[in-house]
Design a protein around this ligand. Structure first.
Ligand code: BGC
Length: 765
């Protein structure tokens, strides 16, 4: 009890509003002047650091996964006991995967009341697209191109997670990727650095809000630094070898955007980059991130990535790995146990400078102060708030809104969509149509299985039609174990006949096909981008008896859809849309929401084209110059272009672009205007996209680069003039020394509804 009171006094004096002098037998005397809040964080951090032993500073750099059954007694032996002992000694700075107010409070209490200095823990969690109420997967959200909605989605996620005791999210993932084989494309914003940067900025703003110390906000984490999205052959964790130009112009910009948004943490990556693991990469973490970009938050390793440097063949053993990582600027060790076990000795042996330890501890403490954890370590631990906030109706409304905005209409022949609301016989087919878990995606740690609204449920809300459901084929929905789920699709065709019978007599067949939730995400690379299992066979069997098929896709990555584009009248890309999935899909199918999403990644015609992206380089031999030319950059068996390009997506209405004008108004400033008209019958939204082509430069430029977009809503027949201003920021690029430069020359400006647009104007700078 005496010790307890002493800790409280100590914390109050150090971090509260009043100056005081305290004497604690276990600490040195502290005399601090009055401290307000934000402006004096640095003073507070330095004052605290002065009191810390080397081991305590290293303790701040140690992060453990949730480690014992919180409702039972503390463990007395084994690894968990060791972690528990470390916690009580102040050798743990952060925990991850701890959630729920009761659990967080229990652990926080040990850190605050039982350790010598009572420094609170920062509690991290993968709040990727929601906590318990899930929004669409990030790739899907990105298809909305709606920055306000994306920001709102992150805000909601933060508020809900913060009510469960969490104060730090390992999001946003801002890795650009051009490779649909890589399962983690579902967690990013797609292939483009400009769109990716805008979305990265919006997400950080949403998570962190304007005041990090509020109990409704979380510290965000830009991950994975860097180039994790470029694994060779799309195989998870594989080698990354990326040149300077791509690094500077494609990989880095979204990370820089998170810094502009004030992101407080970064996560490094599992991959090696050009021979050096990201976790041990001094150039990335110290030179670029901390020195050049002036990032003053902290860098957490990825899970066990410090130790993995041994397996990479970069470190001799664990101790060596800890040395490399600490020297390279990895501030916090997630689950390698190496900082806590090896760093103190490394400092004493002179292999790691104590200044690096101080710097890392300072960075971590700074964020804890900013979160307000020193003012009130239990500020995220309010049982009442937890009960009231989690799962509240407003969050479901926001999830529904985001889900509707994320859907992309890929094809709609003869206006099959929207469906008529009365007098129709609708056949709904596919195991995914009744699946209430897959729409939650693979990042659903805090969401309960079976909590998404299925397409079947969403469509049942429309009672004017006769709806009949048939599964057709199993998609192996045993969702509780990863391994079970990976037995995706059996070869069982026994339920085909029933589905065929239902389809035969229907006016319209809605087929929901694609991937189950765990088929994309971490460690879920694929070499085949078709519909898994027997789903394609089922689709073709149904097509034989009824061609009026609306294909609704549920998937976490671009798929190859040639047969579908050729044969089916309507295709809807509905990704994995989260908790409100089925409601959103039904509203779009029935026209209560007019789809406006645009693809954030190119959809290939064949896996062999991958990596495929719209902002490719022209090469020296781009087009067949004469009919007899044999040698030019192409495939013999498939066109170079993707099936659906980046930025593509239809609406129930149609839009017309005209009167494009581009005018150089000063040295490096260009004004662009275009008129957009809604030429169809429905009110609708269009993402007006502006691309530039820099015709020649000291470092070759892509054939097109997105440099502006605006989401415009127009009623039928309405027109609007849309204006953009291009400045140095949009017209320039990074050279191979990493300098941002703008060069005079000829540019084409393209404006339209996707990256293939032909409407263009030329300017000379
Ligand atoms: C992932 C990270 C994630 C971490 C903690 C790793 O496997 O790569 O993105 O934040 O686990 O769950």
């Amino acid at each position: 009890m005496i010790k307890y009171s002493l800790k409280i006094v100590l914390i109050f004096c150090l971090f509260g509003m009043h100056s005081c002098e305290i004497i604690d037998s276990t600490t040195t005397n502290v005399n601090l002047s009055p401290i307000t809040s934000v402006e004096h964080v640095e003073q507070k951090v330095s004052a605290l650091l002065k009191q810390m032993t080397l081991e305590e500073k290293i303790g701040q750099m140690n992060q453990y996964n949730g480690f014992w059954d919180l409702t039972g007694p503390a463990p007395s032996s084994g690894n968990a006991a060791k972690k528990y002992d470390h916690l009580r000694k102040g050798y743990v700075g952060s925990m991850l995967n701890l959630r729920g107010v009761e659990n967080v409070r229990k652990i926080q209490k040990i850190a605050v009341e039982e350790t010598r200095l009572g420094i609170p823990l920062i509690i991290g969690f993968d709040v990727i697209h929601g906590y318990e109420t899930l929004s669409p997967i990030p790739l899907a959200e990105s298809a909305s191109w709606d920055l306000e909605a994306i920001k709102k989605s992150a805000e909601v996620a933060a508020e809900e997670a913060a009510a469960a005791g969490i104060n730090w999210t390992f999001a946003p993932m801002v890795d650009i990727s051009r490779d649909a084989r890589w399962g983690r494309v579902m967690e990013g914003a797609g292939e483009d650095p400009y769109l990716g940067s805008k979305i990265a900025f919006a997400r950080v703003q949403g998570f962190q809000g304007s005041d990090l110390s509020k109990h409704t906000t979380l510290a965000a984490c830009a991950k994975h630094f860097a180039a994790y999205g470029f694994p060779e052959s799309g195989r998870e964790y594989n080698t990354v070898d990326v040149g300077t130009s791509t690094l500077n112009n494609i990989v880095f910009p979204p990370f820089q955007a998170t810094i502009d948004a004030g992101v407080r943490t970064f996560m490094n990556a599992f991959n090696e980059l050009n021979g050096i693991p990201a976790t041990g990469n001094t150039n990335l973490q110290r030179t670029i991130l901390k020195d050049k970009w002036k990032f003053d938050g902290f860098v957490v390793s990825d899970w066990g990535s410090i130790e993995e440097m041994v397996t990479h063949g970069h470190a001799k053993d664990g101790k060596h790995a800890a040395q490399i990582a600490a020297n390279a600027g990895s501030d916090m060790d997630m689950e390698s146990y190496l900082y806590v076990n090896e760093l103190a000795a490394l400092v004493r042996e002179g292999k790691v400078k104590e200044a690096y330890i101080d710097d890392a501890a300072k960075r971590i403490l700074r964020v804890k102060f900013e979160l307000g954890l020193f003012d009130d370590p239990y500020k995220y631990c309010d049982e009442q708030r937890e009960k009231e906030v989690i799962g509240q109706p407003a969050f479901h409304e926001a999830a529904l809104d985001m889900a509707k905005k994320s859907i992309v209409l890929l094809k709609n022949e003869n206006q099959l969509l929207p469906l008529k609301k009365q007098g129709q016989k609708i056949a709904l087919i596919g195991a995914l149509a009744s699946d209430k878990t897959s729409p939650l995606g693979s990042w659903r740690i805090a969401a309960k299985d079976n909590t998404a609204v299925s397409v079947l449920e969403g469509m049942q809300a429309y009672t004017g039609n006769q709806l009949t459901y048939a599964k057709g084929a199993d998609v192996s929905l045993g969702q509780t174990k990863f391994i079970d789920e990976l037995k995706i699709n059996t070869t069982d065709r026994s339920e085909f006949p029933q589905a065929i019978a239902v389809a035969k007599t229907a006016d319209v067949v809605v087929m929901v096909l694609g991937e189950v939730g765990y088929q994309s995400g971490e460690a879920r690379s694929r070499t085949d981008l078709g519909l898994p299992g027997v789903q394609q066979d089922l689709l073709e069997a149904i097509y034989k008896v009824n061609k009026n098929i609306v294909l609704v896709l549920n998937n976490g990555r671009p798929l190859v859809l040639n047969w579908h584009q050729e044969h089916l009248p309507a295709i809807v890309e509905a990704w994995q849309l989260g908790t409100q999935s089925g409601n959103a899909i039904a509203k779009v199918l029935y026209g209560d929401y007019n789809p406006s999403g645009k693809l954030p990644m190119s959809f290939p015609r064949a896996v062999g084209q991958v990596p495929i992206y719209y902002n490719y380089k022209n090469t020296g031999r781009p087009l067949m110059p004469t009919p007899s030319t044999v040698f030019w950059s192409h495939y013999q068996d498939v066109e170079n272009t993707p099936l659906y390009p980046f930025g593509y997506g239809l609406s129930y209405t149609t839009f017309e672009y005209s009167a494009l004008q581009a005018k150089v108004v000063s040295d490096y400033e260009v004004n662009v205007s275009v008129t957009l008209k809604n030429t169809g019958k429905f009110t609708g939204k269009e993402v007006v996209q502006l691309y530039i082509k820099d015709h020649y430069a000291s470092v070759t430029r892509p054939v097109r680069e997105l440099k502006g977009f605006e989401l415009v809503s127009l009623e039928a027949n309405e027109s609007k003039k849309i204006e953009f201003t291009l400045s140095e920021k949009e017209l320039g690029f990074y050279d191979n020394e990493g300098n941002f430069i703008v060069e005079p020359g000829d540019f084409s400006i393209f404006v339209g509804g996707d990256s293939n647009t032909t409407l263009q104007s030329k300017i000379t700078l």
